[in-house]
Ligand binder design. Structure first.
Ligand code: SAM
Length: 415
């Protein structure tokens, strides 16, 4: 690699640099600086590049997941670095923010995640059913059926609510083993997963943490005794239908057609980002992703109750934790090798990293060298600074105290 080169000097990459440099979408010009990475000058742009307003994105995104990014982030790069019909990939897809934005923009959405829960959260929204189909299917479920109930879960649920949850879980499991499980079942399962626990009357549980984090049974007992609360009756089918209506509220006919088309060509994998062997080499035009950040989020602890509903082991994702920077870098190096394999020449990676304040680490410093080692060239570092709104930070930690308080996105190009 030339030591005098300036990054981002070809085709779409050049356009991206120019576009970001001139960006003034929220009234302020971008601030420009330069970083030197292995002898190359890499431009660094800081601005508010996407809105911090709540609910500014499509209603279908409203499925919570720890450390998800705002839909505006993948949209920003998908619009600039891919064309309709091309493949956009997220190797750490989480709730599928990248995949859904890609599908809404007519791209082909591919994704993968180590956590098997993610497939259950992503797939159904790529082929959303109608409200009527969901209502009809809910009428067919025997919510009064007596099935085994884990009594320990009464710490979260009224007995009649737990009865309905267990009847639904049994119904979905039977449909799966009979080979009858279809897109409407998948949708109902996804909404139920999202309604299991939360802090308002829209959830099945008594007041607890937000739905993307399940506390332990002991912690919930302590919450109940501190708040002097007992789980109130919640009607499972009614809440599933209400959340379905809200998720579908922005769906236009055109979008349903675009989603159905994208859904047919979607690839949604459960597996390790460093081995996406099911994906052909040189097939992806753009990867937009956000990896697990050191050990900031414990996905296994957060998801034990959702995994129970799906019949999965509670520790399905414990191997995702890499608390030491050295180990994290080694892991990401292997992921970059795999990204290099699946990307077309001229394709891009937009890799969102956190600013892990407690450790005083800017992860882009760790990412630039490993991207270069894997054979990519750096295009730019984009720093999105936004004024915080109540839910602008979905890490579940105090804003500006811990976790990530800006989006820092390293963009690479495969030569
Ligand atoms: C920061 S979250 C991504 C969230 C996503 N951008 C969204 O909007 O929902 C990181 C994700 O990486 C997943 N993960 C951790 N290690 C992984 C690995 N080795 N391969 C694939 N996914 C992994 C976690 O399960 C988690 O869903």
């Amino acid at each position: 690699m030339s030591r005098t080169a300036t990054a981002g000097n070809s085709g779409p990459a050049r356009n991206l640099v120019r576009d970001v440099e001139r960006f003034a979408g929220f009234g302020q010009p971008s601030a420009k600086a330069t970083a030197t990475v292995a002898g190359q000058r890499v431009p660094v742009f800081t601005n508010e590049f996407w809105t911090s307003k709540q609910r500014a994105a499509h209603s279908l995104h409203e499925i919570s997941y720890r450390a998800c990014f705002k839909p505006q982030l993948p949209r920003f790069f998908i619009e600039r670095l891919s064309q309709p019909g091309e493949v956009v990939f997220d190797p750490f897809m989480g709730r599928g923010t990248t995949l859904l934005e890609a599908a809404l923009l007519g791209r082909t959405p591919w994704g993968c995640d180590l956590n098997p829960l993610c497939t259950a959260l992503v797939r159904p929204r790529l082929t959303p059913p109608t409200l009527e189909a969901v209502a009809a299917r809910l009428r067919a479920v025997r919510f009064d059926l007596e099935v085994e109930q884990p009594e320990t879960l009464h710490v979260f649920y009224h007995p009649a609510t737990l009865w309905e949850i267990c009847a639904l879980r049994h119904y979905l499991s039977a449909r799966r083993s009979d080979g009858d499980f279809d897109a409407v079942d998948g949708w109902i399962q996804m909404v139920a997963l999202n309604r299991l626990t939360g802090h308002s009357a829209g959830f099945f549980s008594v007041y607890t943490l937000p739905p993307n984090q399940a506390v332990s049974l002991d912690s919930q007992r302590r919450i109940n005794s501190r708040l002097k609360q007992t789980p109130p009756r919640r009607e499972v089918p009614r809440l599933i239908l209400a959340k379905t209506a809200s998720l579908l509220s922005d769906c236009t006919e055109d979008q349903c057609i675009s989603l159905a088309k994208a859904g047919r060509s979607a690839r949604v994998l459960t597996g390790d980002a460093e081995r996406a062997a099911a994906l052909a080499g040189e097939s992806v035009v753009l990867a937009v992703t956000s990896p697990p950040f050191l050990n900031v989020v414990d996905y296994a602890a957060d998801n034990w109750l959702r995994n129970w509903f799906l019949g999965l082991p509670a520790d399905a994702v414990s191997s995702a934790i890499h608390p030491k920077l050295f180990d994290w870098q080694a892991k990401m190096r292997r992921v970059f090798d795999e990204l290099h394999r699946v990307l077309r020449p001229g394709g891009h990676v937009a890799f969102e990293v956190g600013e892990v304040n407690a450790r005083r680490v800017n992860l882009e410093d760790a990412v630039f060298p490993i991207g270069l080692e894997a054979g990519f060239e750096p295009v730019l570092l984009l720093i999105n600074r936004q004024r915080f709104t109540k839910t602008a930070n979905c890490w579940g930690v105090t804003n500006n105290a811990k976790g990530t308080n800006t989006n820092r996105v390293v963009v690479f190009r495969k030569p």
